[in-house]
Design a protein around this ligand. Sequence first.
Ligand SMILES: [Zn+2]
Length: 386
Amino acid sequence: MLTGIKLRLYPNQTQVGQLWQMFGNDRFVWNKMLDMMNERYKNNTDLPFLSKFKLNYLLKPLKKEYPFLKNSDSSSLQLVNEFLNQSWKNFFKDKTGTVGKPRFHSRRYLKPSYTGKSIVKIAGSRYLYLPKLGYIKTSKTGVLKDVKIKRYTVSLEPTGKYYLSIQAEVKELEKLKKTGKRVGIDVGVADLAILSTGLKYPSFDASYFEKQSRIWQSKYSRRRHQAYLLCEQDKNQKVLNPRSLDSFSNWQRACKLKARYQKKVANKRKDYLHKLTTHLVRQYDVIAIEDLKVKNLQKNHCLAKAIANASWSMFRQMLEYKCERYGKELIAVNPQNTSRICSKCGFNSGAKPLEIREWTCPICQVHHDRDINAAVNILHKAMPAL
Ligand SMILES: [Zn+2]
């Protein structure tokens, strides 16, 4: 089974320089090869694109002409050819006209990264050995034991931090023990998950970081705009040395901070959802949830709900693959009427405004908590025999 592992890298000064060279080399090779293939495409010579093997054959003379390419892990340049070849294939295969020709890579919009498939070795605790870079400090190495690394990607995130993403083969995990229990789950805004057993798991709170990220987002836009105005002013007044956007550091700093806070919120949410979903999959054999795609379609312009949407889909994705991995069952049901029907007698008492949190069934007189009742209904829909 393939899995992804992401580690932080702490390159030293020299390695940072090497990394930038390698990021650039990948882009360079992509653009060179693409340029050549574009020519062939224009001239319509035999086949407009070359196989990845033919492209790899061309790497040798290219390295001679541009010796700096030798600073790259050669497997990464071969992968560039493979990716380029694939994009041409996609372009030719596409009948709908939505896939364009491969485009040139620009440093302006492309995230600096390179991917290789050479061997990555563990070189002691918190140290890795990477091709061409040598020993490099990382966040942890324990997770790499017993895995076979297929591919690795080194990238620089907008936060200014370097990461190593690894695609690795792991041994099939043991299935979790069966518990004989089943549960229905309703998702909400205030409480993220409400179980048919009556348990409620609150939504994740990252208000501090969310606020910080909003503050820095607006600082960033304002500062960048101001810098832009000053640059224009210089241009208009024909100043001898007009300033460029890059010469203003305060908007760049704000950009980094903004990205850092956004990442922090995302990480915290992910972490929380991981813990919650693992807990649920351990506890229950069958988990019934609403089909969120349908629920999301019910239009709502409320911001809190928009944020909750993101959590819900991640929640579902995690449940999906964890159930599969551990041998449990996930059933998605149509959310229609789940908040209207009495879970005791099945009477449909119609739509209830959101502010009504509790109600009593007019037929069987059972008093319901709105969300728990919905969760029970979801379980019933998934298992009509119950
Ligand atoms: Zn009832």
